[in-house]
Design a protein around this ligand. Structure first.
Ligand code: ADP
Length: 508
């Protein structure tokens, strides 16, 4: 019988063996107003879920702090554990306000929910600014007070959008002499359009911040009447990030700066862009449980055909795997370029082409898409709803996806699409420009079709170019589809850049 050899390590071998490198641990508090799966209205919710999870794998100690909205589904509410409560003053209200802390843990990430029934009630997270200003003043202050209360003092406080933009302001004012006051702060802009602008009197009343921050146009001062919460956050934060490098440049111009371009140019040395990723556990065509057929790079062409037929059946479209099916998954708002789409639908539709729209939002877009569904029965489907499972089936079943946005801080739908072997057709703006390389017929490179100026004729031209490739050179189309699936759109790379940023801010 052969003897099993056991290898004895020599001293020299021991010395040359690389020491396993453990990255220094950093603690980070994520503070924001939404997070999948508890509450989500857009891309912010996806980032608040996926990024902390990825950072936890990189030796970061992450806590996510969220409002405990009444609208969080009961299946999560019932799993939350009570961690404590305290009372806190709020601005000049003269009130002592209850703050409860409810905790939930998953995948190495701790979620702390700030509880107060009076402020966080209602069927959705956002209403109008009259309600939302007090809500997020309380939330931002309570988030910092909760960190002190829990005696969990992070190295970094990472805040998201205007709803948490008061955190860097509080950190350097009312909280500067408290334990959490030593933390460094980052403010990430997911969408600059929303800034939390309201009259100075109201914001002063709810925040209790000193007069100096309102009088100063470099801090919260917007004009003689209004204060701007986002502007204050940008001024006080140690670093500002946007969700793509291109958007970081764009918002310093009057066209995209939403009136803060000058303020952002002033702070541009602390501004940078890090592109978002997607959660490849949730978005994986090979394992996705809601698809008609799972597929991967090896059998994508066949797998997508099966999904196309199932989708056509589900939506009452003419069932034919040879039709070219174009998808659109979006909030139906002015930002998303829907007026361009509306203008060209009749020119795009022909006997070989179908369009599928999934989204909710502004009434005029909802109605115009319903109109097209009626007019082009069997060719156009308008799903006016928010339905995650259906979104997955559309990504899998369509050939291309439209993202013709007016502006787009990063955009996740084009990333989801590429990962599902669906070719994006995008406007060259914000993160769309960073993530979609235009198809080049001479070199056979690129992963989508793009157009630059905000004009319906250019969108139509991009769609026609995609159709030409699809119908006349299918082998090149199929190659692009595989290139798209091979593109790394996971969080790994982006999470590393955030981690590097945390290290840069805490170099000890
Ligand atoms: P934004 O944050 O501006 O809404 P993003 O492209 O960053 O846009 O993110 C949108 C996310 O929401 C994507 O994951 C997309 O699949 C999802 N989504 C948008 N509309 C719907 C809908 N009606 N049903 C299901 N998912 C949707």
């Amino acid at each position: 019988m052969a003897r099993k050899k056991t290898k004895v390590e020599t001293a020299a071998e021991k010395e040359t063996k690389p020491v396993e490198y453990m990255e220094p641990r950093r603690s980070v508090a994520f503070i924001g107003s939404e997070c999948h799966p508890f509450v989500k209205t857009g891309g912010l919710g996806d980032v608040m879920y996926a990024l902390p999870k990825e950072l936890a794998k990189m030796n970061c100690d992450v806590r996510v702090i969220l409002p405990r909205y009444e609208c969080i589904p009961w299946e999560y509410q019932e799993k939350m554990v009570y961690r404590g409560e305290f009372y806190m003053d709020l601005g000049n209200t003269g009130r002592n306000i209850y703050v409860g802390i409810m905790e939930y843990e998953e995948d190495g990430v701790v979620y702390d929910f700030i509880d107060n029934k009076e402020f966080f009630s209602g069927p959705k997270p956002y209403f109008n600014l009259i309600d939302d200003i007090p809500k997020f003043c309380l939330f931002s202050k309570a988030a910092l007070a909760a960190l002190n209360f829990l005696n969990w003092i992070p190295n970094i406080v990472h805040c998201h959008d205007w709803q948490a933009a008061l955190v860097p302001v509080y950190l350097r004012t009312l909280f500067s002499d408290t334990p959490v006051g030593g933390a460094r702060s980052i403010l990430t802009i997911h969408n600059l359009r929303f800034q939390g602008i309201y009259d100075i009197k109201t914001i002063r009343y709810w925040t209790g911040l000193p007069d100096g921050v309102f009088d100063n146009p470099r801090l919260l001062g917007q004009d003689w009447l209004d204060a701007n919460i986002m502007k204050g956050g940008l001024a006080f934060a140690d670093r500002i990030t946007t969700v793509s490098p291109n958007y970081a440049g764009e918002i310093q111009t009057p066209e995209y700066g939403e009136t803060l371009d000058e303020h952002l140019r002033y702070h541009n040395c602390k501004l940078r862009g890090i592109v978002n990723g997607i959660d490849c556990d949730v978005w994986n065509p090979d394992t996705d449980p809601v698809l008609a057929a799972n597929y991967n790079q090896k059998n994508a062409v066949k797998g997508k055909k099966k999904n196309k037929l199932a989708l056509q059946k589900e939506l009452g479209l003419e069932e034919d795997q040879n039709k070219y099916v174009i998808g659109l998954i979006s909030r139906l708002t002015n930002q998303k370029g829907l007026d361009l789409v509306n203008a060209i639908v009749p020119q795009v539709l022909d006997e070989f082409t179908q369009i599928v729209v999934l989204g909710t939002g502004d009434r005029n877009y909802e109605d115009s898409f319903r109109y097209y569904e009626n007019r082009f029965r069997g060719q156009f489907s308008a799903c006016i709803q928010y339905d995650e499972a259906r979104a997955h089936r559309i990504y899998a079943g369509v050939d291309s996806l439209l993202v013709p946005s007016r502006f787009e801080p990063c955009g996740l739908t084009q990333l989801n699409a590429m990962h599902y072997g669906t070719v994006p057709i995008v406007r060259e703006t914000g993160g769309l420009k960073d993530t979609v390389e235009p198809y080049n017929q001479y070199t056979g490179s690129g992963n989508g079709f793009t157009f630059d100026r905000y004009e319906s004729g250019l969108l139509l031209d991009a769609i026609n170019r995609s159709k030409t490739l699809y119908f006349t050179e299918r082998e090149y189309w199929d190659e692009m589809l595989i290139r798209d699936m091979n593109k790394d759109v996971s969080w790994g790379n982006s999470a590393r850049q955030y981690r590097d940023l945390y290290m840069e801010l805490t170099p000890w």
